[in-house]
Design a protein around this ligand. Structure first.
Ligand code: UDX
Ligand code: UDX
Length: 458
């Protein structure tokens, strides 16, 4: 079978994988190949046990794999054959040298750019899919044009706005697709080729174009705004707990103002995920590099409030449970950074678990999808930790339950049964405000929500 275009994606992660699955699904006329340096990941993508859990993903992979979607470790061949290459390798926070703990670690994308240069035998369009610091495209262009030949690379920025847990829906029906390009005839032509791909399923008015730097910056700004919104609502939770105001009522009242809107106002024990912290710290680092210290301080505050929120959650547990957790058994209900994913990157649960262990509590961790990652995250931590998938078994004999993740199944658990199996007085700390607090209190629990007065029997 001959295909109209050969599309390659380098990086088969949470972003590259699902994005290419949807392009292949929606565009059967293109051949889509996803390559990765990690052979285990590729083997998993080629198996029935996909490397990531994402609702609806299995079905679409089954429909497309082997038809026009291929997962492979043959990077050299993939590069040679492709006309368009998406770069979706990870860009974590740098852990060493200048900018450690703040700047993005660009070693993987640079290695990838050099691989593209080395193996290419024809001109190509290179699409930045990963989140990069502003002006990364400039550096990429410099690397890609560092040899004398007739091969030309046009670099585009096409940041991905999907959220985990809703990736398939976000990819199939995106609020917008953003494509940034150089405003040269070549740049605009390359941009139009990418617009054509998305036009296969995304309405034209949702595909927006901009200059390349605006596109790179927009991704960082979008994540900064989203995280800021949660940090803002979370910054009022302690206030509510002290004044008997209720954060849910406050969120509803402000969210009905059409200028503010009602989304992303769920107070929590803190936001997590692979992007928010990394991208905001990167933004802060960039601001400081440009001498914009006031702006850097402003955005750093969003991360600071989030760190404080996680600490506050642990301190609340400690103070509620008579200032000692030594030898007490605490069940963490959920471990993923949000519901409907097995991803635990930057999950608040990691921080909370470590702090509770420092207090010498014993932990029982339960989660429908994230136990494999939880074990990796807490590997080597000294303390008593067990991992049990069944929430009833996990909470049996515990002194307290702490809700880490807003999994829907937790709302309909039989809490009377759970209460009977727990040590008394039994505590619930609802880090997501998903449970029926009044009902739990009536059952006998001492209930500590976020941003609401506690309901206790003392
Ligand atoms: C992506 C983006 O890359 C990141 O910048 C954005 O902010 C969030 O989404 P994600 O897909 O979540 O990251 O990362 P990950 O799941 O770690 O996937 C990256 C993949 O790239 C890994 O499978 C890794 O093996 C692969 N990789 C890395 C390569 O194939 N080549 C490399 O040189 C480095
Ligand atoms: C985010 C962005 O939403 C997405 O556009 C970008 O491409 C990648 O980063 P993601 O991290 O997958 O996506 O999930 P998101 O739904 O944004 O949640 C991030 C964190 O905020 C989670 O820990 C979530 O539980 C928390 N959250 C979200 C809240 O605490 N309250 C809310 O109201 C919403």
């Amino acid at each position: 079978m001959t295909f109209k275009k050969n599309i390659l994606c380098i990086g088969a992660g949470y972003v590259g994988g699902p994005t290419m699955v949807i392009i292949a699904y929606r565009c059967p006329q293109y051949k889509v190949t996803v390559v990765d340096t990690n052979p285990t990941r590729i083997a998993e993508w080629n198996s029935d046990d996909l490397p990531i859990y994402e609702p609806g993903l299995d079905k679409i992979v089954k429909a497309t794999r082997g038809r026009n979607l291929f997962f492979s470790t043959e990077i050299e061949r993939g590069i040679k054959e492709a006309e368009i290459i998406f770069v979706s390798v990870n860009t974590p926070t740098k852990t060493f040298g200048a900018g450690a703990g703040m700047a993005a670690d660009l070693q993987y994308w640079e290695k990838t750019a050099r691989q593209i240069l080395k193996y290419s035998e024809s001109s190509k369009i290179i699409v930045e899919k990963s989140t990069f610091p502003v002006r990364t495209a400039f550096a990429m262009e410099r690397i890609l044009s560092s040899t004398e030949n007739d091969i030309h690379f046009d670099v585009l920025s096409n940041p991905e706005f999907l959220a985990e847990g809703t990736a398939i829906k976000d990819l199939e029906y995106p609020d917008r697709v953003l494509i940034g390009s150089r405003e040269t005839p070549r740049g605009l032509k390359a941009r139009d080729e990418l617009v054509e791909i998305y036009s296969n399923w995304v309405p034209k008015d949702r595909i927006i174009t901009s200059n390349i730097w605006s596109s790179e910056l927009s991704k960082l700004v979008a994540n900064a705004f989203l995280a800021q919104r949660i940090s803002s609502i979370n910054s009022f939770t302690a206030f509510c707990e002290k004044t008997e105001a209720d954060i849910t009522e406050v969120a509803r009242a402000i969210g009905m103002d059409s200028r503010l809107g009602n989304k992303f106002l769920n107070s929590s024990l803190g936001w997590g995920g692979s992007c928010f912290k990394k991208d905001i710290l990167n933004l802060v680092y960039l601001c400081r590099n440009y001498g914009l210290d006031k702006e850097a301080d402003y955005w750093e505050g969003v991360v600071r409030i989030n760190d404080y929120q996680k600490e506050r959650f642990v301190l609340n547990i400690l103070s509620a449970m008579f200032n000692t957790l030594a030898g007490k058994k605490i069940c963490l209900l959920g471990f993923a950074f949000k519901a409907n994913t097995g991803d635990t990157r930057e999950s608040p649960a990691i921080f909370i678990a470590k702090k509770l262990i420092e207090e010498k509590a014993e932990l029982v961790i339960t989660d429908p999808e994230a136990l494999r990652n939880a074990r990796i995250d807490l590997d080597g931590i000294e303390g008593k930790i067990s991992y049990i998938e069944d929430p009833y078994e996990a909470s049996d004999g515990c002194d307290a339950i702490a809700v880490m993740t807003e999994w829907k199944i937790y709302k309909s658990l039989d809490f009377e049964k759970i209460y009977r199996s727990m040590v008394k007085p039994a505590f619930i700390f609802d880090g997501r405000n998903i449970l029926d607090h009044k009902r739990l209190f009536e059952i006998g629990f001492n209930v500590f929500p976020i941003g609401k007065p506690p309901l206790t029997h003392f």
